[in-house]
Design a protein around this ligand. Structure first.
Ligand code: SF4
Length: 555
């Protein structure tokens, strides 16, 4: 059932209730700092410590999803792809900042489909609207009209910590002794226990289970004299992955953790007729294209950027930590039309395919990608090997979360709903099947079976990254180690499990080579990446030890 409110009105026929269902509907989404008459959205949410007040609002929606197996009909496992964490967006100095943020979030939808939100500010008031579902379902013209102002930040989320309730949707807006702050966060903090205990000893009362609240509590409790100092000090105290955008009534902040786990880029829209430029920030540069914004640079690891009427300023809250940016952004998460860590994802992905062909080529008649994420690597494999490429599997893009199942359990039904083989291409062929990962192995087995059932003579599975052997603690939803097939079986055993004629993964050296080939000397290097899910070697100290203990084979 839907939760939440938009200034106490029904929107698009949806039914609303406040985040606390015991509270009545209120038109409290606006906050004003004039006359000392501050109104915060939900009076039922207690003040945070002595200095904070949290807001929560939202609109319900019905998510569509991209993963092949949201629920595996054979074994009941929840999914067979790693899932991206969140996407963030910010706009400074545009008369329709909320709409631009909406467009940006729309382009970032692949980074999270559970909830989305936008907070806007006009120099005096801050409004925020959040909801469950897809960006396009939550933000209609009417809804966007309730988000006036020249600044906005936005968030699209797939939950990685905290539960999936609307209360944890972002941006989170708080009133504090430092003024009003709205925050949107991509990533996971890993020293939550320590920081949270310390804050609670200082009187903080946590209202959500979202780790993003740690950052705003730290800012609120900081003793530094200026807000920018408070933010810098707070960011220096947390460990883990955070690419964040923050907004006050008149400023935008953007920051990345010192390892630079998750991406965050800055762009600019040139002002017309002498008007000042608009500045934008986004998790991926594909969000800039709809806005006609030009990519300017990345927010650097350990950097805090501030945009105000005085222009753009920057400072570093950490300069000593080795960069460890998530390599899986280039393997799978990010869109190939994005520049991530300053490098085109398409370029890396195609090179992964080329390198895979060099490392583990096999005589074959046809290279077939598992759509969509395997396509670019398959093009690289085909170019390098000289084996023709074709779309031997067609994806149905219109499969939603709910569909009517057959009354009797039908083998591999879920995958067959979403992928269908092109029989006349596959019949009698030796096929190289390219995919970006094998997580549990169940979906890969179904796809191999499907290609073989369509008449393929041989099916050789090639994976454009190394075996995934360890869970991620930095904002990616990973199954437990016991459910990662490569943590429990050898490559030969996995090959037998997925029923392929042969199986090969890209080597770790091959992967980092593919993500850095052609980079200038001062650019990305193989050491710039986190590769912990392939090595078990984590860049931070704070990880869940029980998750990295030797796995118990269950498959
Ligand atoms: Fe990315 Fe894997 Fe590192 Fe997580 S553990 S940040 S998915 S490379």
């Amino acid at each position: 059932m839907s939760e939440l409110l938009l200034q106490g009105e029904l929107v698009a026929g949806r039914e609303f209730a406040t985040a606390d269902s015991s509270a009545s509907l209120r038109n409290d989404n606006q906050r004003s700092n004039d006359n000392g008459n501050r109104r915060s959205f939900d009076s039922s949410v207690a003040a945070l410590g002595t200095s904070l007040r949290m807001t929560a609002s939202g609109v319900d929606g019905n998510a569509d999803v991209d993963d092949y197996d949201q629920v595996d009909e054979e074994d009941g496992t929840p999914f067979d792809k790693l899932r991206e964490e969140c996407g963030v967006m910010a706009v400074y100095n545009h008369s329709d900042a909320a709409r631009l943020t909406y467009w940006g979030l729309y382009a970032l939808q692949h980074r999270g489909q559970e909830s989305a939100g936008i907070a806007s500010a006009d120099g005096q008031q801050v409004n925020d609207i959040k909801g469950m579902g897809l960006v396009s379902e939550i933000f209609t013209d009417d809804v966007l009209a309730r988000l006036p102002g020249h600044m906005a930040i936005g968030h699209t989320r797939y939950s990685t910590t905290g539960d999936s309730a609307l209360l944890n949707a972002q941006p989170i807006s708080v009133e504090s002794t430092k003024g009003l702050i709205a925050i949107a966060h991509n990533g996971n903090l890993v020293n939550l226990g320590t920081a949270k205990e310390r804050l609670e000893r200082d009187g903080a009362l946590f209202q959500t289970t979202s780790d993003s609240e740690i950052i705003i509590q730290l800012i609120a409790h900081s003793k530094q004299s200026t807000l920018v100092d408070c933010i810098a000090e707070s960011l220096g105290q947390v460990e883990g992955a955070f690419s964040i955008v923050m907004m006050t009534r008149n400023r935008i902040f953007a920051a990345r953790d010192p390892h630079g786990f998750r991406p965050l880029s800055m762009g600019r829209i040139a002002g017309v007729d002498g008007e000042p430029d608009t500045f934008v920030f986004a998790s991926e540069t594909c969000a800039f294209d709809l806005l006609h914004a030009k990519y300017e640079r990345d927010v650097k690891p350990g950097e805090l950027v501030m945009v105000s009427e005085d222009g753009v300023t920057s400072r570093y809250f950490d300069t000593t930590t080795q960069q460890a940016s998530c390599v899986f952004e280039h393997v799978y998460f990010s869109r190939p039309d994005s520049k991530v860590y300053g490098r085109w994802v398409q370029q890396s992905r195609e090179e992964m395919g080329r390198q895979l062909a060099r490392e583990s080529g096999v005589p074959a008649d046809l290279v077939v990608p598992v759509p969509d994420s395997g396509v670019t690597a398959a093009l690289g494999y085909a170019a390098e090997s000289g084996i023709p490429f074709n779309l031997g599997l067609i994806r149905n893009h219109y499969v939603g979360r709910t569909f009517i199942q057959p009354e009797q359990r039908v083998r591999d039904f879920g995958v067959r709903m979403k992928l269908n083989p092109v029989r006349n291409l596959l019949e009698g062929k030796r096929v190289v099947l390219i995919d970006d990962s094998i997580i549990r192995g169940t979906t890969s087995r179904k796809i191999v079976r499907m290609v073989r059932a369509a008449g393929a003579k041989e099916v050789h599975l090639r994976i454009s990254c190394p075996p995934t052997i360890s869970p991620c603690f930095y904002g990616v939803d990973t199954p437990s180690k016991k459910d990662l097939i490569a943590a429990n079986k050898s490559v030969a055993e996995i090959c037998a499990f997925v029923e392929a004629d042969s199986l090969a993964y890209l080597s770790l050296v091959g992967l980092t080579h593919a993500c850095t080939k052609g980079e200038p000397a001062h650019g990305l290097s193989p050491g710039s990446f986190c590769t912990a899910c392939y090595t078990g070697d984590y860049p931070t100290q704070w990880v869940d030890v029980s998750e990295i203990l030797p796995a118990v084979a269950t498959v």
